[in-house]
Write a protein that binds this ligand. Structure first.
Ligand code: ZN
Length: 198
């Protein structure tokens, strides 16, 4: 009886510690991935987009979870889709282009062509797993965070970060034609480095 009780207490303690560690890790990741814009002035914004966390993704459960996520989105979990999904979803939300994802894949020695990356991103977008961002320019940017939010785009540096909650509110939306409704309001605030020589 006492042994059983002790064992149960031990398991409970271990579980609580593991949960606390996981929560702390998540908090660290989200803070590092979505820092307040004001804190990043003067730093290299590209770091925000491409920085890597320690790999929770190496845990065995990650692939299984991603397989379920792909199936829920109506996609067969092929090896390539799983490998690319793992790069995209294992380290918190991120903004990326097809080129960035392809470079990540090459770095991780995942044999995938740029064309396949484009096709996969198309499928992920159509299934609602990721969102294509409304940015003009030569590159198409994607976001793993599909909830409604706004962005800061760093012109010249080719980097994009989320506007922190509470900083941008659209109050006077325009009327829309009969039979239409607003599906989403997405604001992009473009910033560039000041020309200090002027
Ligand atoms: Zn975003």
């Amino acid at each position: 009886m006492t042994d059983t009780h002790n064992t149960l207490s031990f398991i409970k303690q271990q579980t609580e510690e593991a949960t606390a560690t996981a929560t702390a890790t998540q908090r660290t990741q989200s803070m590092r991935l979505t820092p307040p814009a004001a804190c990043e002035v003067g730093r290299d914004p590209v770091e925000i987009v491409t920085s890597r966390m320690c790999a929770l993704c190496t845990k065995a459960c990650a692939t299984r979870e991603l397989g379920g996520r792909l199936r829920e989105a109506g996609l067969r979990p092929t090896r390539q889709r799983l490998q690319l999904a793992k790069l995209l979803f294992s380290n918190g939300d991120r903004h990326f282009t097809a080129d960035i994802l392809h470079e990540d894949a090459m770095r991780e020695r995942i044999p995938v062509s740029l064309a396949t990356v484009y096709n996969t991103l198309q499928q992920f977008t159509q299934s609602g797993m990721i969102r294509r961002l409304a940015l003009d320019g030569q590159k198409t940017w994607f976001d793993t965070n599909v909830s409604d939010h706004h962005h800061l785009f760093y012109e010249g540096d080719d980097a994009i970060v989320d506007v922190p909650d509470g900083y941008l509110t659209v109050t006077r939306l325009p009327p829309v034609p009969d039979g239409m409704e607003i599906s989403r309001v997405e604001v992009v605030v473009r910033v560039r480095r000041r020309d200090e020589s002027r």
